[in-house]
Design a protein around this ligand. Structure first.
Ligand SMILES: Cc1ncc(COP(=O)(O)O)c(C=O)c1O
Length: 417
């Protein structure tokens, strides 16, 4: 007999199955998610999941690491090469941990860092409420151009020269367009600030050469997670051209002990996959996002970045304030099996109230694209989203979503199995 609320082994498996079935019947449009191929999945499930390898390849503190040495060294080199840097470190177990390492390596409690304003998309790890604050850092915001939906680089450069932050963090969870880096780089050189690009959202596009190339454009370091537009296992990385001992020592022993070794061969597999298929995948993501933006605009919604063609990335951002706000719309969409998230917009005042019910909706097309959807399907997706937003019964739309999604179950941009 089981007490109420207890679970047995079959219950656990049942819930996992329910999740898999449900998400394969959904339009998954959270911009920070993706799905891995069967090749990456195969590389993920291995004996490495049970092991430790403290240190860096070929200089470990434990025995038993000869095979992870080879794989991790190759993965570091593959990402460094593809992102145009000298060094790579794939040990950070997430994007936030990669940011913690970069803060830890170059700042001390009481220092100031500058980043994008929170309502304009700074990630929590860049803020005083997140990793930066935990390390005792003060933060300030760089000027943001709400019309162009990017940093006002010239004004930002002036502010950097005036306020002299220790570090400047570019990159955001709302990323529609590349940043103009050169004026900011110049200001950082003048003041000695470390310039970091957080590529978490757009790593796949950068890796494929279809977005800006931050290291070539002069940033000191690029941090990232490995599972948004880059369809790898969940994890993080850092690449850069200098101070590499400092970075490596901050990752271990500074932050990590075990770096979750089973991620590494899966990340290498995803890297090889993206070297072969990444350019086509990234091109299709960008075409799809632009098409979805145009379709939702045609339906009468207020799409940000309209004057610039809506987006150059995988994201579309909608000002949904007049249609009931982000929380209500995201919940209605979920009832129709369309999974997206509410989001602050640059003009939202920052408070717990607005965080819980912001005026924006963020939509990512990277997973739909991976399942083979193209521009024609984006029009259908746009119509389905719009129907929910204007108040059609989500249960009715859900039936159509499930039917539509049934034709897009195979993962594209990978090798035949
Ligand atoms: C810009 C940015 N940086 C860092 C992160 C953190 O990445 P992770 O969730 O891998 O810790 C995110 C997550 O969404 C992000 O959007």
């Amino acid at each position: 007999m089981r007490a109420i609320g207890e679970m047995n082994k079959k219950d656990v498996l049942k819930i996992i199955q329910k999740q898999g079935k449900w998400r394969h019947e959904c339009l998954n449009m959270i911009a920070s998610e993706n799905i891995t191929s069967s090749w990456v999945d195969q590389a993920y499930q291995s004996d490495f999941a049970h092991r430790y390898a403290e240190g860096v390849p070929y200089k470990r503190f434990y025995q038993g690491a000869k095979f992870i040495d080879e794989l991790e060294d190759r993965t570091n080199k593959l990402f460094a090469k593809q992102l145009k840097a000298k060094y790579g470190d794939v040990r950070p177990i997430s994007g936030a941990i990669a940011n913690m390492a970069i803060f830890g390596a170059f700042t001390q409690a009481g220092d100031r860092i500058a980043s994008i304003p929170i309502p304009a998309g700074a990630h929590s790890s860049h803020t005083e409420g997140g990793v930066a604050g935990l390390l005792g850092l003060k933060t300030s915001s760089l000027p943001f151009d709400n019309e162009k939906m990017t940093i006002d680089s010239e004004a930002a450069a002036d502010k950097i020269v005036e306020t002299k932050p220790k570090m400047v963090m570019l990159g955001a969870s709302l990323t529609l367009f590349p940043f103009k880096i050169s004026p900011i780089k110049q200001a950082c050189e003048e003041t000695g600030a470390v310039l970091v690009y957080d590529a978490a959202h757009v790593l796949g596009l950068i890796f494929a050469g279809k977005f800006q190339q931050p290291i070539q454009e002069g940033v000191d370091f690029l941090t990232s997670s490995t599972h948004k537009t880059f369809p790898g296992p969940q994890g993080g990385l850092i690449v850069g051209n200098h101070s590499w001992d400092t970075i490596q020592n901050t990752v271990f022993p500074g932050i990590l002990s075990n770096h979750h070794l089973h991620r590494i061969p899966a990340l290498l597999m995803a890297g090889l996959e993206m070297q072969e298929f990444g350019a086509d995948y990234a091109n299709q993501i960008i075409k799809n996002a632009k098409t979805l933006g145009a379709e939702l605009d045609k339906q009468g919604l207020n799409i940000l970045g309209k004057t610039r063609g809506y987006t150059e990335s995988h994201q579309i951002v909608v000002d949904i304030g007049k249609e009931g706000g982000g929380r209500k719309v995201a919940e209605s969409l979920e009832s129709a099996n369309i999974i997206a998230n509410k989001n602050l917009l640059p003009w939202d005042k920052l408070s717990w109230e607005t965080v819980n019910d912001p005026s924006g909706l963020r939509l990512g097309v990277q997973e739909l694209t991976r399942f083979g959807m193209k521009q024609a399907e984006m029009k259908t997706v746009g119509e389905l989203i719009h129907r929910v937003i204007i108040g059609e019964n989500p249960e009715k739309v859900k039936k159509e979503v499930v039917e539509f999604r049934a034709d897009f179950q195979k993962i594209h941009f990978t090798w035949k199995s």
